[in-house]
Ligand binder design. Structure first.
Ligand code: PEP
Ligand code: MG
Length: 324
């Protein structure tokens, strides 16, 4: 079985009815990069830039960041690497930048922190842009967006950093910029958000947590955290529909994308890219190469009529087993 998966590495992810589904990876450390290349990833849908910050004792300098980012971009070139701007707060903290709050998941997280500290944001964007010189495979993505004004403010800072780098003689292009949909408010504003940027990417880990009001890391309520909850599926479908209506591509980069059973529904919804943990990529590719998207769409229609997440997942598993 493992040998079978290994031989998939250089085969494209194409369904039986000829739909091409790009499979990208989520990375953090450079070791993830090696694993991803080994498994035939076609791009990076989420590079969690906070990971190199978390293993240090102080903020990495602009030069240090440039070097770290360059190695990610070089490893995947000419394929795209989507770098998320620093996403600290919530469950991710830096020892040298402590944030003490009673309710960290509803507090100072992601873009909220970096918009309050433009000096951190600008250094990071400048480092990303400089790292991309000559490669041009950088994409920049904004985490924890809950209102349109945050995107406007972040775009303003990105353009400023770009202007600075160009003025210093840097030979860089302005990369595609995207917004993560992780907060329920953003689900209802997708059209407005998508119009402002080049792509949308759903962070289903946080979106599920916030839609269901279930802490993603609390074992006591883990039973209530379900990606197949009808509210989650309906939200995902709405985001795909509204993003495509304004003519922009939409991907998903939460853990859900790496679950083969869930990937069927995501493909049926029309996601343009699935980005996942490298470990799961071969399994997802293996499955998607044996099904047709038209069949997955029928399955999606039938499970969307159900109101119980357990029933939804067992229905999909049963349908797969019937197919063999
Ligand atoms: C998400 O929330 O789904 C996501 C991809 O971001 P993270 O898991 O890093 O919060
Ligand atoms: Mg998140």
């Amino acid at each position: 079985f493992i040998a079978g998966l290994e031989s998939l590495k250089n085969l494209p992810c194409v369904s039986l009815d000829n739909c091409r589904i790009p499979l990208w990876v989520n990375t953090g450390l450079i070791t993830d990069v090696m694993r991803s290349l080994d498994r035939g990833a076609e791009g990076v849908g989420l590079y969690r830039t906070e990971v190199p910050f978390m293993i240090r004792e102080r903020f990495p300098s602009e030069n240090e960041q440039q070097e770290i980012y360059r190695s990610q971009l070089e490893a995947f070139a000419p394929n795209p690497v989507t770098m998320r701007t620093l996403d600290i707060g919530g469950d991710k903290s830096l020892s040298y930048f402590p944030i003490k709050e009673d309710n960290p998941f509803l507090g100072w997280r992601g873009i909220r922190v970096t918009l309050d500290h433009p000096e951190i944001f600008l250094v990071q964007i400048r480092a990303m842009l400089k790292a991309s010189a000559g490669l041009n495979n950088l994409r920049i993505m904004l985490p924890m967006i809950s209102s349109v004004s945050e995107v406007d403010d972040a775009l303003h800072l990105i353009h400023r950093a770009y202007g600075e780098v160009v003025n210093e003689g840097g030979n860089v292009v302005l990369p595609p910029i995207g917004v993560m949909i992780e907060v329920p408010a953003a689900v209802y504003q997708v059209s407005e958000l998508a119009r402002r940027v080049d792509f949308i990417s759903i962070g289903s880990n946080d979106l599920t947590q916030y839609l269901l009001a279930v802490d993603r890391n609390n074992p006591r309520v883990a039973e209530l955290y379900h990606s197949f909850h009808p509210a989650v599926l309906t939200a995902l479908q709405a985001v795909v529909r509204d993003t495509h209506r304004v003519g922009k591509p939409v991907s998903i980069c939460g853990e859900m994308a790496g679950d083969p059973v869930a990937s069927l529904l995501l493909v049926a919804m029309g996601f343009d890219v699935l980005s996942m943990n490298a470990t799961n990529l071969p399994k997802v590719k293996w499955l998607l190469r044996q099904i047709s998207v038209s069949w997955a769409k029928e399955l999606l229609q039938s499970v969307l009529k159900m109101d119980n997440p357990h029933l939804i997942s067992s229905t999909i598993e049963l349908a797969l087993r019937k197919k063999g």
